[in-house]
Write a protein that binds this ligand. Structure first.
Ligand code: AKG
Ligand code: FE2
Length: 330
């Protein structure tokens, strides 16, 4: 283990982990059903998004309190997990198998994801990814098993979501509708708050310098390698992180060694969330990175199925990238 130069942070994993009571589950279900039935019942319609925002103020108090505390400071792990959400697995259609699958019609699970995401921040999507849909399906796709995308089923490298984008999401939400057949698929999550103290000062210094470039992921259909950037930014002892271990490259050998060391440290500090139906995880995309473990899809309609959402915290900050003041970033 390398030197520790600051006071170690206490290990407080799982600080934002809330299981709904049966009463909260029931109240949430009524709200999600109301949103799912709200005109125009089309998720990406600004009117429906506005209704999601309004109704989200009526979520059970404990959920709103937990979400706001997490948003204020995401804790050491940068993750929030909500359990016992009103997803009824028995009423779900078969898991989609098509590439670029998204939800368009409002459903109860999509409404659940939208309600929580609307309390975290501004729901958003990216024009060049999954056709700009606000609720996306994370499902295994035949023929894409080995792809470094959420359509794959081989291990997905740890990454910050859309690390290359000037307005990467502040939070990524993953609601589990169905887990995989053997509960093998997990979402490893690792936070720079856990990782930083594992790095020698010299390695940290290099990571704070603009000696790295990041290309867009395959789910994006546009974009080139951006200008050189730093992997760590902000406070020396509590930085933000921007790295995708599949897409980020160092521009010189010393930076490459620092990047390798960072990857090792993230892996050492990672915890793996194995989401079950009715559980939703959020990852703070400024301080934490995530990936996916391998699993074996069967393409029998019962494969793993997550809804993914993104939240950004400041609509004015992103205004120049949101044509028409909508939810989709260019
Ligand atoms: O499948 C997962 O658990 C996460 C996949 C992923 O990285 C994503 O959808 O952003
Ligand atoms: Fe991801």
């Amino acid at each position: 283990m390398e030197s520790v130069s600051e006071t170690p942070r206490p290990e407080t994993r799982g600080e934002f982990d809330l299981t709904l009571s049966d009463r909260e589950h029931h109240e949430f279900r009524l709200l999600a059903e109301e949103l799912a039935a709200s005109a125009p019942t089309v998720i990406d319609d600004p009117k429906w998004v506005a209704t999601a925002r309004e109704l989200s103020a009526g979520l059970p108090l404990r959920i709103r309190q937990t979400v706001h505390a997490y948003r204020h400071d995401p804790g050491e792990s940068g993750t929030l997990v909500l359990r016992n959400l009103p997803v009824d697995e028995s009423t779900l259609p078969p898991t989609p198998t098509v590439p670029e699958s998204v939800e368009r019609e409002a459903t109860v699970p999509a409404a659940i994801a939208a309600l929580i995401t609307s309390q975290i921040g501004e729901m958003a999507a990216y024009r060049d990814e999954k056709s700009g849909a606000l609720v996306q399906n994370v499902v295994p796709v035949p023929g894409r098993e080995g792809s470094q995308s959420n359509a794959g089923s081989t291990p997905l490298e740890l990454h910050v979501e859309n690390a290359f984008h000037p307005h990467r999401p502040d939070f990524v939400g993953l609601l589990c509708l169905r887990s995989d057949h053997t509960n093998a698929a997990g979402t490893p999550v690792s936070s720079i708050r856990h990782t930083l103290r594992r790095l020698a000062p010299g390695v940290r210094d290099v990571l704070f310098q603009e000696r790295f470039t990041t290309t867009p992921p395959p789910s994006f259909h546009a974009g080139d390698a951006a200008a050189a950037h730093a992997v760590l930014t902000g406070d020396a002892d509590d930085p933000n992180v921007k790295v995708d271990f599949h897409a980020t490259t160092a521009v010189d050998p010393e930076a490459a060694r620092a990047l390798d060391r960072l990857r090792e440290a993230f892996i050492e500090a990672a915890t793996t969330l194995v989401l079950r139906s009715g559980e939703m995880a959020f990852v703070d995309n400024r301080i934490a990175i995530h990936g996916r473990t391998a699993f074996t899809p069967r393409y029998d309609g019962r494969d793993r199925w997550l809804h993914r959402t993104f939240a950004l915290l400041d609509n004015r900050r992103t205004r120049g990238s949101r044509p028409g003041n909508g939810s989709v970033l260019a």
